[in-house]
Design a protein around this ligand. Structure first.
Ligand code: NAP
Ligand code: GLV
Length: 313
């Protein structure tokens, strides 16, 4: 039986992972990634977040790499990662539910300008103001219509927002106005009062949220950045917030994480910063997903959510 190694969080949490994998499939032989008792030749599967450079290439009989997250950029940035193997992106309903909760919270925070109330509270100031719009009067545009983008769209609609989406390939999704490709990007942005970025990190998506994009949005639009830090040009965001082009932003992901203590983003009065916590599904959901995929792989069945090098996600 090929072993499964886990690198997702600190070693002290490994017993929690072991318990979840035991529930998912008691036949799996699961170890912490740096367990010295494991012969690298016996490792068939890994579930990882930010594997050290060269480590995956040092496992000679590896069959499948599972990303502990939906993004895989933390794996593919290692030039020696074993590209011939299937690389599986984490998916699942709980991940979409949690992202939807974060996006709805963020959109409502922008709608109600909760950042200003928090600053008022810290200063003991009664900052009374009338709320200008309700959700049905606002349109949220979602960049990226994958597991997380579509899940978030459904939850935003349920709260009353109008929702539109933009993806690489054209989509036909019930109750969702959709746009696709670079040619329709500006039209998509021009009708979005709040833009949510739920794209993967690829060469094509780098820097899409820049001054040109902000200028294409209605004046006073808001930004929710939950994909990856590389999508956002931070200096352009600050300039647009300072000149009123944008009215607020919720940022969960950053170019460099953890965000440096001296970053101007922390204290900006129109920015809410969260530490890359938008959606981390439960350990049990991840273990169930990986165990079910290993079972499929062992039975010669196709895996879902496999990274495609040609498109970069
Ligand atoms: P997914 O299912 O792979 O969906 C990706 C979406 O992005 C697809 O709709 C895809 O278009 C679209 N896309 C890719 N390249 C594009 C381009 N050049 N132009 C326009 N659209 C493009 O991914 P997911 O599971 O929803 O996750 C999305 C991302 O969220 C992850 O890659 C990760 O970076 C981020 N994430 C963040 C957190 C957090 O806690 N902050 C948690 C989980 C994930 P097609 O539909 O045409 O293929
Ligand atoms: C988190 O950012 C993920 O990619 O799942």
């Amino acid at each position: 039986m090929m072993k499964v190694l886990i690198k997702s969080g600190p070693e002290e949490n490994f017993p929690l992972w072991a318990e979840c994998f035991k529930k998912a499939d008691p036949s799996l032989d699961v170890h912490f990634w740096s367990d010295k008792s494991v012969d690298p030749a016996d490792v068939g599967y890994v579930m990882v977040w930010e594997p050290p450079q060269g480590w995956l290439a040092s496992l000679p009989n590896l069959e499948v790499v599972f990303s502990s997250g939906a993004g895989v950029d933390h794996i593919t940035k290692d030039p020696s990662w074993p590209e011939a193997l299937p690389l599986v992106r984490m998916g699942g309903a709980d991940m979409a539910q949690r992202m939807g909760e974060f996006v709805v919270w963020s959109a409502l925070s922008l709608l109600r300008d909760t950042r200003d109330f928090a600053l008022g509270q810290a200063a003991h100031e009664w900052r009374y103001k009338e709320v200008e719009h309700s959700a049905p009067q606002r349109t949220v545009g979602i960049m990226g219509l994958g597991n997380l983008g579509v899940g978030s769209a459904r939850m935003l609609s349920a709260v009353g927002f109008n929702v539109r989406g933009w993806s690489r390939t054209a989509k036909d999704i019930e109750d969702l106005e959709t746009f696709a490709g670079p040619a329709e990007f500006e039209a998509f942005l021009s009708g979005a009062d709040i833009v949510v970025c739920l794209l993967p990190a690829t060469a094509e998506t780098k820097g899409l949220l820049d001054a040109t994009a902000f200028a294409a949005m209605p004046r006073g639009a808001g930004i929710i950045s939950v994909g990856r830090g590389q999508h956002l040009v931070e200096s352009d965001l600050i300039a647009a917030l300072d000149n009123g082009g944008l009215s607020g932003a919720v940022l969960d992901v950053f170019d460099k994480e953890p965000l440096a203590g001296d970053s101007p983003l922390w204290d900006h009065p129109r920015i809410i910063v969260t530490p890359h916590i938008a959606s981390t599904p439960s350990r049990q959901e991840k273990a169930d997903f990986v165990a079910a995929s290993i079972e499929r792989h062992k039975n010669g069945q196709a895996l879902s959510n496999v990274f495609e090098a040609g498109r970069g996600y």
